[in-house]
Structures are given as C-alpha cells and as structure tokens.
Design a protein around this ligand. Structure first.
Ligand code: V0D
Length: 260
C-alpha cells in the first residue's frame, strides 16, 4: 500500500523506469544517500570544539535539503548517527542527540511549506526519549506530505538491520506463513527498514573516507558511489551539483555503451 505512495511499482527495483522517464531531465537521481562525514575535522581545523562542527553540519543538512527539494530529488537519506557512534564521549553523544529537536524546532514550518515528509530508519527505541519524541512528532506532522522524503538514518547499522530481517523471515517460516522456497531477494527487501523506499541511485560520502561503514549494505548493490574530500560543513550547492553531474555522466556513458 505504501509502495504506491512511493510509486515503487512504477519505478521498479533499480529505478530504471524513472531513469528512463527522466532522460530529458538528464537522469536526475531519484534517491540520494549521503554519509555526512568530517564535522569533527572541520571544527579541529578552526580550533573549535567538535560540537561546533556538528552544529555547522546541521546547517548544511538544512541547505542541502532545500536544494534537493528545489531540483526535484524524491528521497534524501542522511546518515546522521550510526550504532557505532555511541562509543564517542558522553557529552558529544548528548549534544548530537539534541540536534534533531533543534533542527525540527526551527525547520518544521519550512518542511510543511515545502511539503517535505520526515522519515527515519534505525533503532528508534535505542534513542533518548526526547530525541525519540521529537522524531515521532515530526514524522506524525509530515506523514501526509507528498514531496521530498527526508529520511534520517539514526542509530542505524546495516548488519543489524539484515540480522533483524533474517529473524523476522525465520519467524514467518516457523509459523508456516512463508516457505523456504518462497524466500528470495524480494522477500529480504520487504523485511528491511527501507522496504517502502526505492534503492539509492547515488551515494555521496564526504571528508575523504572511502568506505561504507556499515551503511545500507544490501541497498547499495547497484548504487553509483561518489566521494569527495570536502568536509560535510563545507558541502555546498556546487559540490552537490558536481556529484549529480558525475552521476549523470556515468549514466550517459552506460547508456551509450549499451546502445552500441
Ligand atoms: C551531526 C552531520 C540533523 C552529521 C549533520 C542525532 C552529524 C548534523 C539531524 C536530524 C546531526 C535528525 C533527525 C531529524 C531532524 C534532524 C541530525 C544527528 C546528527 C544525530 F528528524 N543533523 N543531525 N541528527 N548532525
């Protein structure tokens, strides 16, 4: 039922038909995922505390959300907090956990105006209650919005997501609701936290690290990757457009080869 909302039936597993229909639009990626790295490094370079970098990074989230919405991106998934990030100093984790509330308090009117829907993937139950209620409120208020889906990965880890999907599938098999023979890639898709979303077309990681860090391992199987040394707080429209253009060029080349 929600598949209809995201037009999943129409766009297919790898958004091929959207890519087709957007040919005139030079193959705008439908779903962009970003690993927002380099906030601490940005602060260090300025002899500022790490939390100042996180605050600046939050402003970048605002700017990039506006741009994504303006150019017609349909889904923007932002890796905001991994299950590994709990290992950071308590004061830093506390500050990070206050960011969703801070962000939503000031940005909610604009989210509504822009018809943006807030979503999240990750273990919400593991979040502090203030953070959880800020998120719940934002998702509830924006649930009927039909524009850009702003999807935050919070307390998210991809292997844990896959383990939980496997367990849920095994329960169904155990209960006789599903047979072993019926389990295929589609089944696994359906049990992941991203079951309602198309797979990312483009993954961006900032700050020069070239790895996935347990982010959307299953979902990124066919995604184009784009890496930059730019630190997340310095990420701007120009960098964003550079990433999208690189994606479009790769698609064009692929299309050209395929046609010959
Ligand atoms: C810090 C860079 C926005 C990455 C961006 C708790 C690290 C700024 C949010 C946010 C974070 C999350 C959910 C929501 C609204 C806003 C956010 C965290 C970190 C982790 F509904 N920025 N931001 N959440 N940073």
């Amino acid at each position: 039922m929600l598949n209809k909302l995201f037009n999943k039936s129409k766009i297919g597993k790898h958004s091929m038909e959207v890519k087709e229909s957007l040919k005139n639009d030079e193959c705008l990626p439908y779903h962009i995922a970003i690993i927002m790295d380099g906030n601490g490094r940005w602060a260090k370079k300025r002899a500022m505390p790490r939390i100042a970098g996180h605050h600046e990074g939050m402003q970048t989230v605002r700017k990039i959300t506006r741009i994504a919405d303006d150019i017609g991106i349909k889904v923007l998934t932002l890796y905001a907090f991994s299950t590994e990030n709990w290992k950071r100093p308590k004061s830093e984790v506390e500050y990070l956990m206050s960011l969703p509330q801070m962000f939503l308090n000031s940005f909610m009117p604009e989210l509504m105006e822009r018809n943006i829907r807030v979503e999240m993937i990750g273990d919400k139950e593991g979040l502090p209650s203030n953070t959880k209620s800020a998120l719940n409120e934002a998702m509830e208020k924006t649930k009927n919005n039909t524009g850009l889906i702003l999807n935050f990965a919070m307390n998210y880890g991809s292997r844990a997501e896959i383990v939980n999907a496997m367990k849920d599938i095994m329960i169904e098999v155990n209960n006789g609701n599903l047979t072993l023979e019926e389990v295929d890639e589609k089944t696994i898709d359906q049990y992941l936290l991203t079951s309602k979303l198309p797979e990312p077309d483009l993954l961006i990681r900032t700050s020069g690290e070239v790895r996935l860090s347990n982010f959307m391992l299953w979902q990124l199987a066919y995604t184009e990757f784009w890496f930059t040394d730019v630190l997340w707080p310095d990420f701007d429209k120009e960098t964003f457009m550079e990433a999208i253009q690189a994606y479009q060029q790769r698609n064009r080349r692929y299309g050209g080869l395929k046609g010959e």
